[in-house]
Design a protein around this ligand. Structure first.
Ligand code: PSV
Ligand code: MN
Length: 396
């Protein structure tokens, strides 16, 4: 095959980047700030625009409503600023976990006022989606309990079902609801949507435009994520991904930094499903990482390039040969077919694609040689000071 045969696959492989990945974040033990970190939606969109300009792969930006939309700001203005930076607003992420009223949950809370607040917030998010031209409403719930007996698990299940159905029906026809799951944290005894089976169940109950979102960091150790992905694809229930890597729990590390073969195997299942005739065009590839220590724009670009490399490797798998080996029950032949693609050097294909698009051949090198970061390090602390925010200590 020629390099250019892979160009349409790379064109289709667009990855959404999260606004929160450009901002200062920390752990519960502390937050280390960076001078170049973005602290307004304008700065986040500027950074996302830069990553898209350098990679050619990130035309949309996920937003987190309470972190990105201040009261009184017209969301269409935010969409306009995104466009100025060459990107669009992507998935809308309601925030149903931060306010005090959500102490015992949002839509599953026994407190009716919390449930009402959650519904109002989601309806506002749907309006933000309309105003920004977004067609993805992406839910993650911190809802759960910390102790046995704290609340009635089935009563909570029924509340979740009712809420998702109501919200699904409030969405415009063009909007898709994504339902994310997570086994624990912040809830430490039970989480109301703890795994992919529960997410698929709730999504099916909600309606035809609800699908499952697989966050690669949201599994207990040893989970076979590609199996989950293959299963959901075959059931037409896979809505999208939040990509990140992990060593222990939801560590939010750079994709592929710990286990690139696992990411390759996920992409391989997607390409296998596509070859089998499953429509994979609507699967939303999104990054969900917060870079505590790494410089944020560099980390995001590193992630996007890694995702492209691993995706391309999965595209290289000779699936006819693989099927042959599988039919003959030749385990070693089959496994070697995967390994051959995984260890292939895809850089020449990626470079040819970048050249055809007028993109930098080595996006990370281009970024590091530019003055983009230094300029932000100089300007952003002044902006924060002018807004009366605590100036970041930073590494600069
Ligand atoms: C929660 O751990 C999560 O994965 C959800 O997707 C949130 O929206 C995101 O991280 C940011 O906190
Ligand atoms: Mn996530």
């Amino acid at each position: 095959m020629n390099h250019s045969d892979f160009f349409p696959l790379l064109d289709e492989f667009q990855i959404e980047i999260p606004s929160w990945g450009f901002a200062d974040t920390g752990t519960r033990f502390g937050k280390f700030t960076q001078n170049a970190a973005a602290s307004t939606i304008e700065e986040k969109l500027e950074d996302a625009g830069l990553v898209h300009r350098l990679s050619g792969a990130c035309p949309t930006v996920a937003v987190h409503v309470l972190w990105d939309f201040k009261a009184g700001i017209d969301p269409s203005e935010t969409a306009r600023i995104a466009a100025q930076n060459g990107v669009q607003i992507g998935s809308i992420n309601p925030n149903l976990f931060q306010d005090q009223i959500y102490k015992f949950g949002s839509c599953t809370s026994p407190n009716e006022a919390a449930r009402q607040e959650a519904t109002q917030h989601v309806l506002d998010c749907i309006e933000i989606g309309r105003a920004t031209g977004s067609d993805l409403l992406s839910f993650w719930f911190a809802d759960g309990t910390n102790y046995p007996g704290q609340d009635d698990i089935i009563a909570r299940k029924k509340r979740m079902e009712a809420a998702l159905k109501q919200w699904h029906d409030a969405m415009p026809e063009t909007m898709t609801m994504l339902v994310e799951y997570k086994p624990f944290e912040p809830a430490f005894y039970h989480t109301d949507i703890a795994d992919w089976g529960m997410a698929a169940y709730f999504a099916r109950k909600a309606g035809p435009r609800a699908k499952v979102l697989v966050d690669t960091g949201h599994h207990l150790p040893g989970a076979n994520i590609e199996h989950i992905v293959a299963f959901l694809l075959d059931e037409e229930m896979l809505g999208g991904f939040h990509f990140n890597d992990r060593k222990y729990a939801d560590d939010d590390l750079t994709l592929g930094s710990i286990d690139p073969y696992a990411v390759f195997r996920i992409f391989h299942e997607i390409r296998s499903a596509a070859d089998r005739g499953t429509d994979v065009s609507k699967v939303a590839y999104m990054i969900d990482q917060s870079h505590n220590l790494k410089p944020k724009i560099e980390a995001m670009l590193q992630t996007v390039v890694t995702a492209q490399e691993l995706y391309l490797k999965a595209c290289l798998v000779d699936r006819e040969k693989l099927a042959n080996f599988q039919g003959k029950m030749d385990i070693v032949g089959a496994e070697e077919t995967l390994r051959k693609a995984f260890y292939a050097d895809v850089n020449p294909i990626l470079c040819a694609w970048r050249e055809s698009k007028g993109l930098p051949l080595d996006p990370l090198k281009t970024l590091r040689e530019s003055d983009e970061i230094a300029r932000r390090e100089g300007e952003r602390p002044q902006g924060r000071a002018a807004r009366g925010e605590v100036a970041g200590g930073g590494y600069a």
